[in-house]
Structure formats: C-alpha cells, structure tokens
Design a protein around this ligand. Structure first.
Ligand code: AMP
Length: 276
C-alpha cells in the first residue's frame, strides 16, 4: 500500500492505474477506522481493481462548537488496518493540501441538505459536499463507496453527483453494527461501557416503531412512543422521523426511511433503517 500526502504524487499514481485500464474505487473517511469503514474498503475491492482510501478530518464540515480538534486521530493503526484490508493507496492530504491559501470555492447542495443534520449542523453539508467533490476530482475515481450510516450524507452526495454530472458511480453500503445492534462509529469510543450498552436502545426503539408502523400503527404515534421511551431512558432525542429515502422530506407513506439523531452522554448517535 502506498501512502500519499501530496497531490502531484496522487495524480502520478492514479495516472499509472488508468493507463493500465484499471477501475479505481474511492472510500472517503475521516480516519479512526473501525469495522464499518473496513467493510466499505472490502466492498470497494469487489467493485474495482484499485482502492484509494482517503483519511482527512475536514475542518470545513465542523461547526465552531464541534469537535474538530478533538476528533480521534489514529493514523498508525488506520494504515495497518487499511493495508490488511487490501487498500492500494492511502490518501492523506494535509489541510493545506486540501485548502491552499486563497481557496474560495464551496459546493452548496439544497434539497436533501435542508432538514435534520443540515439544521443541527449549519454548514456541515457544505463542507462534506466540497471535500467529496474535491476528493472525486483528485482521485478521478470511477466509483466512491459511502456508508448508509450517514443516510442523509449519502443522499446529498448522490444529488451533487447527479446535478454536477460528475463522472463516477456512488455505491451505498449497509450499516455495520456491533453485537448489540449499535451502529459502529468513530465517536463511540467516547461512550462509557454503561452508555455503550444503553446506546443499543436507539436502534431497538427504532425497530419497534418500524414494526408498529408495519402493523398499522399511526406513524406519528409510533414515532412519539419511541421518542418518549428514549428520552425517559436518558437520551436527548434531536430528531426521529420518517422520510422519503432520497429527498429526506417527511412522509407518512411506506416504504420510507426512519432516521434519528440522539445525544447520549458526550456522543451524538445517528441511526437509520428502512421501513416497509
Ligand atoms: P467517517 O469517517 O465517519 O466520515 O465515515 C466514513 C465513511 O464510513 C462514511 O461513508 C460513513 O457513512 C461510513 N461509515 C461510518 N460508520 C459506518 C458503519 N457503522 N457502517 C457502515 N458505514 C459506516
């Protein structure tokens, strides 16, 4: 596996691949890699001849009161894991490489950015769309793999790629969960053992609400029951909603996607699942 930190070296490496007629897949990450990320790398390997994994904690997608400086950084362990997972290139740009002095262009996606994470984290999707557009351009990947863990993000990326006619495919990968059903996340390391056990109540409550809906319960009352149960158990539910899968518009028609964000202790948990 090659470790690349500057753009000319990345361009040279990808040019060689393309000259050889190889199909290239990109897995964008912020590092602190876990089995969820590695499942994306494995899916990328099945999709393409070569896999590039980027590790970049993107300052543009963090708000002023968020955890940019405290975001976990575990580069050495990440590189070992990527090598074992069969990644060909680890792309590790610095902030200066990604945003040289004078950088003045951002990507604004409307539509699916407008609710939920877009409201909770103003400017977040501007940062995500901008860095992903740059990563697509830097790597000239044929396909990029994203986790369904960040469902809204996946829809925002698909929207951007369609709207800007970007020449790559976007592949979504199902959420990887721990044995209790909690979606794996780099930030889960900040949960105490008791909080980590409790955190599995989020997907449980969502699954119960989904089952109730499938058995004819009114959408709002099923969501209310789940929300109340979680808040009573010590979660601070930010949102729990049923939405159209691609537009993220609230809906009460099945099939749909249930999406949730809830704070537990120091961690804001995200989850989502299909209903119907
Ligand atoms: P992050 O490093 O948090 O920016 O995540 C990088 C990519 O990994 C994104 O496409 C995430 O959706 C995906 N991802 C993170 N956690 C999981 C998970 N538990 N299952 C599947 N994909 C995940």
């Amino acid at each position: 596996m090659r470790i690349v930190r500057d753009l000319p070296a990345l361009r040279a490496a990808t040019k060689t691949m393309r000259r050889a007629g190889e199909r290239v897949a990109l897995v964008p990450t912020m590092g602190a890699l876990h089995a969820g990320h590695l499942a994306l790398v494995e899916a990328a390997r099945r999709e393409a001849d070569r896999v590039i994994t980027s590790i970049f904690v993107n300052p543009l997608q963090f708000g002023p009161n968020e955890d940019f400086s405290k975001y976990p950084r575990t580069e050495e362990a990440d590189l070992t894991a990527l090598e074992a997972a069969g990644c060909d290139i680890a792309w590790l740009p610095t902030v200066e490489v990604m945003y040289p002095p004078g950088a003045a262009t951002v990507i604004e996606v409307a539509g699916p950015t407008e609710g939920f994470e877009g409201v909770a984290r103003p400017g977040h999707f501007r940062g995500v769309a901008t860095v992903c557009c740059k990563l697509f351009s830097q790597t000239e990947a044929d396909v990029a793999v994203f986790g369904e863990k960040d469902w809204q993000q996946l829809q925002v990326i698909r929207r951007m790629v369609a709207d800007l006619d970007l020449p790559l495919g976007i592949l979504g990968h199902p959420i990887v969960r721990d044995a209790n059903g909690l979606a794996l996340s780099s930030r889960n390391r900040y949960l105490s053992p008791a909080e980590r056990a409790k955190a599995a109540m989020l997907p449980e409550a969502m699954r119960e609400a989904a089952n109730a809906m499938l058995h004819g319960a009114a959408i709002e009352s099923a969501l209310d029951a789940a929300r109340d149960g979680l808040n009573a158990a010590g979660f601070d539910v930010n949102y729990l909603a049923l939405v159209e899968p691609e537009t993220l518009r609230p809906t009460d028609a099945l099939p749909a996607r249930m999406i949730a964000a809830a704070k537990l202790g120091p961690v804001r948990l995200l989850d989502n699942m299909p209903v119907g």
